[in-house]
Ligand binder design. Structure first.
Ligand code: DWN
Length: 412
């Protein structure tokens, strides 16, 4: 573990810390039954703002292999909404750029091939890059060529020296995970063709603050991006922010940045950059109140859960998500308040939540057990989850959505 006292993007020393979530276990390090009694690795989870380039970032660095290789169980294909979003993205890119058999689409952070298969089905050559061995193996088994390595400038040089240039590079929910941010972006520039395009998706830091999405902060996510921070990062590495698209319902509010060697800029980009200054998002004062907002969520959620338990109500949870780990550990939600978690990712079932050790079971347990309430830890998929659990609702079950303030969803 290393402290990172300077800005990961611009190197500034004047980082301003505005939130500390304590010393927490790794959010995706779900505990196996045989390791329940062992000490779990815990690291400080503090968040700072860079007044020079506006990048929000954590100041502790955990070795990437520990995060994404040793025990990483996140598979993208367990969300229908995410699969729909990815398929639409691929089809849009094929149509917009007339992609065909002479092109190459590279995805960095390709996970189990969930997105690249939509290009491959349309006859477009693809290449995945992901260091997580199980996810890469799943992609390869599905016919998606995948390099099981971390992406950076060195790998980009190797690919380019081998004659590879990408017409399109997709990097969804991966750039936030990269310690060497400039090396990553320099690698994108080396690998993309001169007339190519790169699309990068990450949650929008504005929504993290406005909707109190503090649980999306964990050690995998080194950075939390604004258009201002992205613009500075791209220019420094020979790329230009060409366009930006907002997806309100994806991961709590996501931006897709379209960048490339071409110096074009859409009016939307100009508007976002202008509004970020006008809203104060590019100044430290914008973040100074966030810690008290987070504390308020903690107080409200604990009061609700303790009240339900005092009334003899039983509470379970849905979604062994990384964000769920930050929430239960920071708020202090043990098995006395939430007995277990259900999740349809079968790699996660049979394990236990980091730190608080709720057992993780198949979603069928909700109907077998019919707890009075279910706390939705994967609140970014609340609609999809609730739509699946209509029978649980019909039998009188109710859901708790924790953010931006705890609220109860019952049968309509
Ligand atoms: O950046 C990241 C984000 C995008 O995804 C990764 N580093 C890790 C991951 O974060 P997360 O674990 O908080 O992501 P999710 O996708 O919000 O987690 C949802 C969890 O809920 C997964 O474990 C799958 C599960 N799930 C389910 O059991 N039934 C999800 C859906 C939609 C469902 O119907």
């Amino acid at each position: 573990m290393a402290d990172v006292p300077t800005c990961r993007s611009c190197g500034a020393h004047e980082l301003e810390r505005f939130l500390s979530l304590g010393v927490t276990p790794l959010a995706d390090a779900l505990v196996s039954a045989e390791r329940l009694g062992d000490d779990e690795d815990r690291y400080p989870l503090d968040v700072s703002f860079c007044p020079r380039c506006s990048l929000v970032q954590i100041t502790t660095e955990v070795p990437p292999a520990k995060l994404f290789v040793d025990n990483y169980l996140y598979f993208s294909s367990f969300s229908d909404a995410l699969l729909r979003h990815s398929r639409e993205h691929a089809i849009d890119l094929v149509d917009a750029h007339g992609l065909g058999p002479h092109d190459l689409v590279v995805e960095v952070g390709s996970n189990d091939g969930y997105l690249l298969r939509s290009f491959a089905e349309r006859g477009v050559p693809v290449l995945g890059i992901d260091p997580a061995p199980d996810q890469a193996s799943a992609a390869i088994a599905n016919g998606i060529p995948t390099i099981t390595e971390f992406f950076g400038l060195e790998l980009a040089e190797r690919l380019r020296d081998g004659g590879r240039r990408a017409s399109v590079i997709v990097a969804n929910n991966v750039m936030a995970h990269v310690p060497d941010l400039n090396g990553f972006v320099a690698g994108l520039r080396r690998l993309v063709s001169d007339d190519g395009v790169i699309t990068i998706e990450n949650p929008y830091v504005r929504d993290l603050i406005v909707h109190r999405e503090f649980d999306t902060i964990y050690h995998e996510h080194h950075c939390y991006f604004s258009c201002t921070a992205i613009d500075a990062l791209m220019r420094r590495n020979g790329l230009w922010l060409n366009d930006v698209t907002y997806f309100a319902d994806l991961h709590g509010g996501t931006l897709r940045w379209t960048v490339g060697p071409a110096r074009s800029r859409s009016e939307t980009v100009s508007r976002y950059l202008r509004e970020e200054v006008e809203s104060g998002l590019t100044a430290a004062s914008y973040y100074r109140d966030f810690a008290s907002q987070v504390e308020q969520v903690k107080t409200e959620l604990l009061a609700l859960l303790h009240g339900l338990r005092a009334d003899g109500r039983r509470v379970a949870a849905y979604g062994a998500a990384a964000k769920g780990s930050t929430l239960v550990n920071y708020v202090g939600i043990g098995t006395d308040l939430v007995e277990y978690v259900v999740d349809r990712n079968d790699y996660k079932q049979g394990r236990y939540m980091p730190g608080t050790h709720q057992p993780i079971a198949h979603p069928d347990r909700l109907l077998d057990d019919q707890p009075d309430y279910v706390l939705i830890l994967a609140w970014n998929f609340a609609d999809e989850i609730v739509s699946q659990q209509q029978e649980y609702l019909r039998r009188g079950g109710q859901f708790i959505v924790p953010l931006p303030s705890p609220r109860i969803i019952g049968a309509t």
